[in-house]
Design a protein around this ligand. Structure first.
Ligand code: SAM
Length: 265
């Protein structure tokens, strides 16, 4: 067995060393042998090894060339593994088969952009089981009106049903990170309308505009983002949303209603 390459903090390399956490992640994922798993950042293979024993196909993308070489030697016996060297943000997601399950212990430095990228690709993803900083997980599941509720909560809850499964103490990783982590399961929204890119675009514009200036009222925040004030005022009136409210008090349903009205205007 070759010696593993030394960790590079710059790439968010905090490797999972607790097999119990691997077992708990697999339990949340509820995999079947015929499933296809996409893993971001396999690292030294703590999850990858076990995933390869459970499912028929594991597609993994790792940015660190040294780790790709290490994994190619240590996990090579698994016919299930398809290893890619590259940045997960630039991965060709259209090559993933429909119904893929994403499982990842995400690198902290890029976890939010990766979540947004994965949500964009949700039509070919059945569900995601992600390990992230605890604080990011809390934001994903936050309720309107709470301190953690923001853009990430609205976008995650619009596209998926997020559930915080369990907390993972920093001591379960090497090197030990400065913060605890948590595992979230983002299940697909059964019965949701098919992906409508044009509506999603309007929805994102509305939500980004509303949260751009968190401390300001909806109307002021959107105006500062260059929106036409009479138009946004009319849309708020039609959806019966008080323009003096702040974005953090709006439910996902209210954002959807507002986006529909803005789209029709
Ligand atoms: N899965 C392993 C584990 O649980 O022990 C490693 C997890 S570690 C938190 C994150 C991994 O993601 C590292 O191996 C790192 O090199 C890799 N990584 C960092 N940025 C990446 C990116 N943009 N695309 C793909 N992999 C990345």
């Amino acid at each position: 067995m070759p010696a593993p390459p030394r960790p590079r903090k710059r790439l968010g390399q905090h490797f999972l060393i607790d097999p119990n956490i691997v077992r708990k992640i697999l339990k949340v994922a509820a995999l079947r042998p015929e499933d296809v798993v996409f893993e971001i950042g396999p690292g030294r293979g703590a999850l990858t090894q076990v995933l390869c024993e459970r499912v028929s196909r594991v597609i993994a993308v790792e940015i660190d060339r040294h780790l790709v070489e290490y994994l190619a030697q240590t996990c090579a016996q698994h016919g299930a593994l398809e290893l890619h060297h590259g940045d997960a943000l630039a991965f060709p997601y259209d090559t993933l088969p429909g119904g893929t399950i994403v499982i990842a212990n995400l690198p902290y430095y890029v976890s939010t952009p990766l979540v947004f990228r994965l949500l964009e690709e949700r039509d070919r993803i059945d569900r995601m089981v992600l390990m992230l900083q605890r604080e990011v997980a809390d934001r994903m599941v936050a309720e309107p009106g709470s301190r953690d509720y923001g853009l990430l909560s609205v976008v995650t809850q619009y596209h998926t049903k997020p559930r915080k499964a369990f907390v993972v103490p920093a001591s379960c990783f090497r090197p030990v990170p400065q913060v605890d982590s948590a595992v979230v399961c983002l299940a697909g929204r059964a019965g949701r309308n098919p992906v409508d890119d044009r509506f999603d675009e309007v929805f994102m514009k509305v939500v980004r505009g509303a949260f751009a200036h968190r401390r300001k009222t909806l109307i002021n925040s959107c105006r500062e983002e260059g929106w036409d004030e009479p138009a946004i005022r009319r849309a708020l009136e039609r959806t019966r949303i008080d323009p003096r409210r702040r974005a953090e008090t709006l439910t996902v349903r209210e954002f959807i209603a507002l986006a529909h009205t803005v789209r029709q205007a």
